[in-house]
Design a protein around this ligand. Structure first.
Ligand SMILES: *Cc1c(COP(=O)(O)O)cnc(C)c1O
Length: 370
């Protein structure tokens, strides 16, 4: 048993992948998004476990492509930017590249020639997102620029929703769907027929997905909902949190009254107090914003963080757990006894989203499948 570790609940992972897959029309390719170290869960373990449950993987960069390719022969789409110097390696590894401007075509075409295989490319259209992507007005110029590049095969066209998780108003999503349909029509009108299309991430799959060729699912697989409203409307899926982040008490002691706790003297004991030292800190991904606001579980009891979270440790109030002793398990995220610390709860305290909470957990902490 490690002093501190991230436990991956394999039964939860299997359950989530299965129920989300069941939301898809038959024949839809189900791609697992494992960028960001599989949202902090640990990309190697996750890919090995998910391989039999999904059809494809999606990563952000060449480094993730290398890791995932060493573990699976599924198709892998690289969503982010790959430097011109790395494109031939990406193609050699069988990576499918996102393309979103005409400038990229030259580099991809040259690399494909070098490697001697046709490069599979997914064209990213900026359908009212305003991020990475080809603006619809630039589609005709793109088609013209594509003509000399026989080594490039546009296998898919895709877009991404901008506003369906933080709102119950799907108006913008509908306008995006229309813009996406128009873009796909413009492409097929210009000779790019039969290309596949995909637009939905977890939230799209739960709301507007009509049956495209593929869905790109991240958050839901890890057992989290994209918003509070989707967790209510889709509670029947019973998505189960996959991550459990644990440590063990490194010291238990009694501080006298009016004693400071930690850097900056931000907490002064109001009375004699039993405290515990948790050997995790912001270096491990336990956000400093949880200073004097976070809670952890010891023996199934909620204990408050006292004072500042330091780089590798923080103090907690053990007043409610008099029997606590050194090396007792501390749960920073996940369940213990009858209680549960969720990523959503931590995100609310920090003014962020559940995505960021798990993704920030240090990749250096050991991961263990349980
Ligand atoms: C991250 C990402 C996804 C997955 O989103 P979830 O909300 O985690 O399901 C899908 N598509 C693109 C383009 C992404 O960047």
């Amino acid at each position: 048993m490690n002093l501190s570790e991230v436990q991956i609940r394999s039964s939860a992972l299997t359950h989530n992948a299965k129920v989300l897959r069941q939301l898809c029309k038959p024949g839809t390719q189900f791609a697992a998004v494992v960028k960001g170290n599989a949202y902090g869960h640990g990309v190697s373990d996750l890919v090995q476990h998910l391989h039999p449950l999904v059809d494809a993987f999606q990563v952000d960069d060449i480094e993730e492509l290398r890791i995932v390719r060493s573990l699976t022969d599924h198709p892998i789409l690289v969503l982010g930017y790959v430097r011109a110097a790395d494109v031939s390696e990406a193609i050699h590894l069988g990576g499918e590249l996102a393309v979103y401007d005409t400038e990229r075509l030259g580099a991809i075409s040259q690399a494909a020639k070098q490697v001697g295989i046709r490069a599979k490319v997914h064209l990213k259209v900026d359908a009212l997102l305003g991020r990475q992507g080809l603006l619809p007005k630039d589609i005709p110029a793109f088609i013209d620029a594509l003509k000399p590049h026989a080594g490039i095969e546009i296998t898919s066209v895709y877009a991404h929703f901008a506003n369906i998780e933080d709102t119950t108003d799907l108006g913008h999503a509908q306008r995006q769907l229309e813009a996406f349909d128009d873009a796909v029509a413009a492409l097929s009108g210009a000779g790019l027929q039969g290309t596949h299309r995909h637009i939905s991430a977890t939230s799209g799959l739960m709301t507007v997905e009509q049956g495209n060729h593929m869905v790109r699912v991240g958050l839901g697989i890890y057992g989290m909902y994209p918003s509070a409203s989707l967790s209510r409307t889709h509670s029947d899926l019973e998505l189960r949190p996959v991550m459990r982040w644990v440590s063990h008490l490194a010291q238990v002691k009694v501080l006298p009254a009016r004693h400071p706790v930690g850097y900056g003297l931000t907490y002064i004991t109001p009375r004699e107090m039993r405290i515990g030292i948790v050997p995790q800190g912001y270096a491990d991904g336990y956000d400093r914003g949880l200073s004097s606001s976070g809670e952890v579980l010891v023996r199934g009891v909620r204990c408050s963080v006292l004072g500042r979270v330091a780089m590798n440790m923080f103090a907690i109030d053990l007043s409610a757990v008099p029997e606590a002793k050194p090396e007792d398990e501390v749960v920073l995220l996940g369940d213990q006894g009858d209680d549960l610390i969720t990523a959503e709860e931590i995100a609310l305290r920090l003014g962020t989203i559940n995505y960021e909470v798990t993704t920030r957990v240090s990749p250096l902490l050991p991961r263990r499948i349980v």
